[in-house]
Design a protein around this ligand. Structure first.
Ligand SMILES: Nc1ncnc2c1ncn2[C@@H]1O[C@H](COP(=O)(O)OP(=O)(O)OP(=O)(O)O)[C@@H](O)[C@H]1O
Ligand SMILES: [Mg+2]
Length: 470
């Protein structure tokens, strides 16, 4: 305080939203800030030295200066307005020396303005929330799911058939394979299509909020809870579909609560007494290997069985490279609309490079590569030099193809291109992938990842550095 110039103190007090008056033990005014003086139509020179009762009607400052008992948030009428007053005794070295009083909002008009403003915001939120609830319709249909490869067509047909029944579905597949798109399409061709489709990203909602987000809460369930409580996403999804995305990222304790809701088909809002029945179809999705998580004890087996009634396992793009031309074509049409371009084409060299690439980010990666290309495109045709660096450089190795039976053994084969390269490069690729996946599984916890990989922590650090894994 010693370093603060006196004029500053004065100015700081003037900037506050509260007005201040200081009296001595006898109730004589020692200080009253300028705005306070203005408000009661007087000046500092006039009031300093006068008893407070003579200046402020109904003042109790002299009483507080005598009794030493603070008075908090008392309503005090001043100049025909009701103000909120706080009065504190000033105690120095154990003796009551005087009192300081504050009144909120020098200008009651301001208080009204604040209140109206906040009320307006609350009304807006209410309006948008109900509009959002009405708009929770899924947007995509099977028509938007592109792919002509036999594996993809078969999967799409299967998904169409099972849309009609009401079983829970688990959609698995690498990142960017179209899990969310499938979930949308299934809902849209089910009998629930006129009711809400409510996506929930279980990985994005903080653990401590997930329960109240899913099940809602009752009035006053916790500090900061909205008055009147809040509807949970399950209740909003009633008669429709809830899409539990990234379900592999849900904590074990939350998994138990979810399991109970699914088994009983009813929910209990946080802090609530009243159980609510729900009729909701569950579609869950994850890029994680849930079976493996069950084995390791990080995902509940009973919950796994409950959601995995039907499994839709979307093959990665590298297993259905025949889909690349059609997907590229349709994605370009979509991007043309977005960027106001027309008749954009792809050169044969680019398509060839697309066939060689392994697409770890799947369709999303393809979409990103094309979007970037269209952005930098000078002419009408996407050429190699329009691609990002990692795709631009011609690969030294060539590829060979192998035929594999599909996972579900539908007497179908997948043709995969495998790069011809030295064994040590293949090993490095596999090692890098394994480390990346393990780190994703442990949420970036290197110590845990090293343990699970059975290598020393230092060795993991070295490898991360070598493979440029963040
Ligand atoms: N078969 C497809 N046809 C057309 N577009 C697709 C197809 N598959 C994926 N896409 C597009 O790729 C992008 C990624 O799809 P989506 O978000 O459904 O993937 P995801 O599997 O949920 O990925 P993540 O695991 O990362 O959440 C979207 O823009 C989607 O429109
Ligand atoms: Mg997704």
């Amino acid at each position: 305080m010693k370093t603060l110039p006196r004029e500053w103190l004065e100015e700081i007090i003037n900037l506050l939203n509260e007005r201040i008056v200081v009296v001595n033990r006898k109730g004589i005014i020692l200080y009253m800030d300028k705005a306070y003086c203005d408000f009661i139509d007087t000046t500092q020179d006039e009031v300093i030295g006068l008893p407070i009762q003579e200046v402020v009607e109904n003042s109790r400052m002299h009483i507080v200066a005598r009794t030493g008992k603070e008075e908090i948030q008392e309503l005090q009428p001043i100049n025909n307005s009701v103000m909120v007053a706080n009065r504190f005794p000033i105690v120095i070295d154990g003796n009551i020396e005087g009192a300081v009083g504050t009144v909120m909002f020098s200008d009651p008009e301001k208080l009204r303005m604040y209140r109206n403003h906040i009320q307006q915001l609350v009304n807006d939120i209410r309006y948008y929330r109900s509009a959002a609830e009405k708009n929770m319709k899924s947007k995509y249909t099977f028509h938007d799911l592109l792919g002509e490869s036999p594996v993809f067509k078969k999967l799409k047909d299967f998904a169409k058939v099972i849309s009609g029944n009401d079983s829970s579905i688990l959609i698995t597949g690498e990142s960017g394979t179209g899990k969310e798109l499938f979930a949308n399409a299934i809902h849209n061709s089910s009998f629930r299509d006129q009711n809400p489709f409510v996506p929930v990203n279980c990985a994005a909602i903080p653990e401590e909020l997930l329960e109240s987000e899913l099940f809602g809460y009752e009035d006053g369930a916790f500090t900061g809870a909205k008055k009147g409580g809040k509807k949970g996403l399950f209740e909003i999804a009633n008669n429709g579909t809830i899409f539990l995305d990234e379900i592999g990222d849900m904590s074990l304790s939350m998994q138990s609560k979810l399991l109970r809701a699914l088994q009983e088909r009813e929910i209990l809002p946080v802090g609530g007494q009243k159980i609510i029945s729900i009729d909701v179809r569950i579609i869950a999705a994850t890029h994680r290997d849930l079976e493996n998580m069950v084995r390791e004890g990080t995902f509940r087996q009973d919950l796994f069985y409950r959601i995995n009634v039907i499994n839709i396992d979307i093959p990665p793009l590298r297993m259905r490279k025949e889909d690349i031309p059609l997907l590229s074509e349709m994605l370009i049409r979509k991007l043309e609309r977005k960027f106001y371009r027309q008749n954009v084409a792809i050169s044969p060299e680019v398509l060839k490079r697309f066939y060689q690439h392994t697409w770890p980010g799947n369709v999303r990666e393809l979409e990103n590569v094309l979007e970037r290309a269209i952005n930098v495109l000078e002419n009408k045709t996407i050429e190699l030099h329009d691609l990002p660096l990692y795709l631009k450089e011609p690969k030294l190795e060539d590829t060979y193809t192998v035929k594999q039976k599909t996972k579900n053994n539908h007497n179908q084969f997948i043709v995969t291109s495998i790069p011809i390269q030295p064994l040590k490069d293949t090993m490095a690729t596999v090692e890098r992938q394994a480390i990346k996946e393990m780190l994703a599984f442990t949420d970036g916890n290197k110590l845990k990842a090293a343990k699970l990989l059975g290598i020393a922590k230092t060795s993991l650090y070295d490898k991360c550095k070598m493979y440029d894994i963040k």
